[in-house]
Design a protein around this ligand. Structure first.
Ligand code: ADP
Ligand code: TRP
Length: 320
């Protein structure tokens, strides 16, 4: 089974990114041939500042490596270091109906928020399809919001195969059900776009302050509460052991506790959870040459596979 996923370097990674996506990458690297990349070409549709894009891309690599992505097991690279992808993207574009892209939620959401709709943003799912198909990926670990893009990728691949003969492997999305939607500090889905994120590696003091400010309802202290419908409990569950989670759930059902107590537990548990990764990140940040080397090796490996699949597609559709 070949696994592939990409993540955009549009800001520092947050808990939603980790539990929804990154943690799966790390789990899957142990059993499978896996490719993970930093989607800097996709980020270009929204980031128009060179320094910001470069800094974010480096930060993304540091974060992924610190969190446990192991370059001896997984191939980690920068999307733009595999130019074959852009070429495949064009081959796919000509067989992609406008209607398919018009229906994509991510595009509709972005334009609804007033972001200007450049052609890159509109055709974004086609580049994503090229990203996936060029490595013959079977499985694509993503958060719930990306499932539609993997389905679009399947549609595009199926249509190409139908026209030109079997060329592409049809990939399947893989979503972690427990953390398909990590809530943010306001209880809505955690997302950079909603300004409600808790970043994995933000300094501990401001992070703790942010946790203490997570919105809660105005339930009287003595009232019992259903833990499963509470976002603070959901956040705590991400970090707690089974026993601690059960103990907290029992407290909720019993009542008589304050949310401040739960927030403190979230801060303590998250700090302990990411402590090792924090230390690792500091060491890596002091050795960016090594990081560049890892990305260079990853790109070389990825390009080899990409060139093979691109040639197959070129021959299938008649441009080679
Ligand atoms: P953001 O919404 O902050 O811009 P991205 O869209 O860049 O995050 O998401 C990167 C990856 O992390 C995707 O696979 C996405 O599905 C996953 N992800 C993002 N936010 C969450 C969340 N709150 N819960 C679960 N997964 C998430
Ligand atoms: N669109 C994805 C996101 O915003 C990132 C991405 C780009 C991706 N190419 C991909 C994810 C290929 C999976 C497979 O999260």
């Amino acid at each position: 089974m070949r696994v592939l996923s990409g993540i955009q370097p549009t800001g520092r990674f947050h808990w939603g990114n980790y539990f929804g996506a990154i943690r799966q990458y790390i789990e899957l690297q142990n059993e499978n041939e896996s490719y993970y990349f930093i989607a800097n070409l996709h980020a270009l549709t929204t980031i128009r500042d060179k320094q910001v894009l470069q800094q974010n891309s480096l930060d993304a690599a540091l974060d992924l490596l610190a969190l446990g992505l192991n370059p001896d097991k997984a191939t980690l690279f920068m999307q733009s270091d595999v130019p074959e992808v852009s070429e495949l993207c064009w081959l796919l574009m000509s067989g992609t109906p406008m209607g398919l892209l018009e229906r994509c939620v991510s595009y509709k959401d972005k334009t609804a928020k007033g972001l200007s709709a450049n052609a890159g943003l509109f055709t974004y799912p086609v580049l994503q399809a090229a990203d996936i198909l060029i490595y013959d990926a079977d499985v694509v670990p993503v958060g719930q919001d990306q499932v539609q893009h993997v389905e679009v990728c399947r549609d595009i691949a199926q249509s190409f195969n139908h026209h030109f003969g079997e060329t592409f492997v049809l990939p399947k999305p893989r979503v972690m059900p427990v953390a398909a939607k990590v809530p943010g500090t306001d209880g809505e889905k955690m997302s950079k776009s909603y300004d409600n994120t808790i970043e994995i590696f933000e300094p501990l003091k401001p992070q703790r302050k942010k946790i203490m400010r997570i919105t809660t309802d105005s339930r009287p202290m003595e009232d019992p509460k259903d833990p499963d419908s509470d976002h603070l409990y959901q956040l705590y569950s991400l970090f707690a052991s089974d026993a601690d989670r059960e103990a907290m759930a029992a407290k909720y059902r019993q009542g008589g506790f304050g949310y401040g107590e739960v927030k403190k537990a979230v801060a303590d548990a998250s700090e302990a959870y990411f402590n090792e990764a924090r230390e690792k990140r500091e060491a890596l940040a002091a050795d960016t040459k090594k990081v560049a080397e890892i990305l260079g090796d990853g790109a070389a490996k990825a390009r080899k596979k990409a060139a093979e699949v691109l040639l197959r597609a070129q021959q299938a559709c008649g441009v080679k």
